[in-house]
Ligand binder design. Sequence first.
Ligand code: PMP
Length: 350
Amino acid sequence: MIPLRNNIASMAGYVPGYQPPDIASWIKLNTNENPYPPSPEVVKAITAELGQDGASLRTYPSASSQTLREIAGDLYGFDPSWVIMANGSDEVLNNLIRAFAAEGEEIGFVHPSYSYYATLAEIQGAKVRTFSLTDDLWIAGFPENYEGKLLFLTTPNSPLGFAFTPGYIEKIAQRCKGMLVVDEAYADFSDSNALDLVRKYENVVITRTLSKSYALAGMRLGLAIARPEVIAALDKIRDHYNLDRLAQAACGAALKDQEYFAECCRKIRATRDWFSGELRKIGYDLIPSQGNFVFAAPPDRNGKRVYDGLYERKILVRYFTDPLLSAGLRISIGTRDEMETTLKAIKEIG
Ligand code: PMP
């Protein structure tokens, strides 16, 4: 027997949604990726960084990704000392738990939301408290003074797609004695964000990803915005070369090409709103989505039946066995063509 820590021995580990080996020939709508390629500037920047013979790869990348902190700071209106770059926002979520919640201490999150928080807590040996949602999508029974070391608030929520209003998030921030992590992985597809709260409250951290709105899931890029004291703590914990050279080149180019980014988000939002309307016309129940996906339940509330029908037609969406979610499916928004094909398939399945 190897001498593992007990909590690692007993944990299951994060299980990503299943995908078939020949996924390249499917319509892939299961992990909220962007259906469009990243900005052409990204390809140019990676090619330039690589050069003729890849010689740049001999040497370590910038450890701090300082240039990117400056670009992101400019973009969001913060001094670079308020920004940290990450190897996907998952990295920064992980480091937030490591920085703020010791073994046995509590972290909280809403259920349903991003299931990776629970895995991270298990690794750390932190206790978990989940908060359910009321029917009108408020957090049920949130304490006046929440003592947990961290509260993760996914907004827009995945898998449900709704967003908390900034006013509501502010009330939650005031009730948190620990840190409030506002996971804004999908904020670029929504009408609001909580950036102002970071300036106002020292316990608020915002996390963002380039995986969705910037079409860079394959490069693993994310960031966090928070008070410099928080950023300094996260800097102590991260891998010291957490972003490789090609990722840094890609990130700078993507963040700078705001025109491409805005057009890409616009197209996805338009397709989302069209697709949502079409599903409603055939009796599907949908929460209005602020993300690049919809959560939709067929009239018979049998998500698995429709998942199987789509699967037979090589369209992969996300089905959750959780009783709270099994009535519906989370369907990422692809290109207009992909969504027309998906809609046709859904109508055939009935
Ligand atoms: N937060 C939420 C709510 C997500 O859905 C995801 C992606 N599955 C992430 C964070 C992680 O994103 P990434 O590590 O790709 O930046």
